[in-house]
Design a protein around this ligand. Structure first.
Ligand SMILES: [Zn+2]
Length: 128
């Protein structure tokens, strides 16, 4: 909502066991795409390396990425497919007229031919 009508982006951080990922932390990243912010996002590689080194030894890791689709469906675009990596989860929030709408999570197929939608659940988080 804060970045609308531009795309927001960031990292999903937590732990994984087998196929199950548990995201406990979100790190908002600055969108490095300044040319066409409305439908593209780019996260600085240095930002990702810094977070990875901060997480070393913590038992947590980068599990995936989140970004928004302003006034567009919560489905991966061709650009998303071209820039995705296997294994990571890609959470997409559709933001319509400035308000969050659908949220979906995707994983790139190993052969990069498309995405598989992942099931997810949101637990209540207590903020102290
Ligand atoms: Zn996208």
């Amino acid at each position: 909502m804060r970045e609308y009508p531009h795309e927001c982006c960031g990292l999903l951080i937590g732990s994984s066991e087998g196929d199950r990922k548990t995201v406990t932390d979100l790190r908002v990243a600055e969108n490095q795409r300044h040319d066409s912010l409305r439908n593209r996002y780019l996260i600085d590689a240095g930002f990702i390396f810094r977070i990875e080194s901060d997480l070393r030894g913590s038992g947590k890791a980068i599990l995936g990425f989140f970004h928004s689709h302003p006034d567009a469906p919560a489905r991966p675009s061709v650009y998303d497919q071209e820039h995705a990596w296997p294994w990571y989860s890609y959470l997409i929030v559709s933001v319509k007229q400035g308000k969050p709408a659908d949220t979906t999570v995707w994983q790139l197929k190993q052969d990069r031919s498309g995405f598989t939608e992942e099931a997810f659940e949101v637990s209540t988080v207590e903020v102290s």
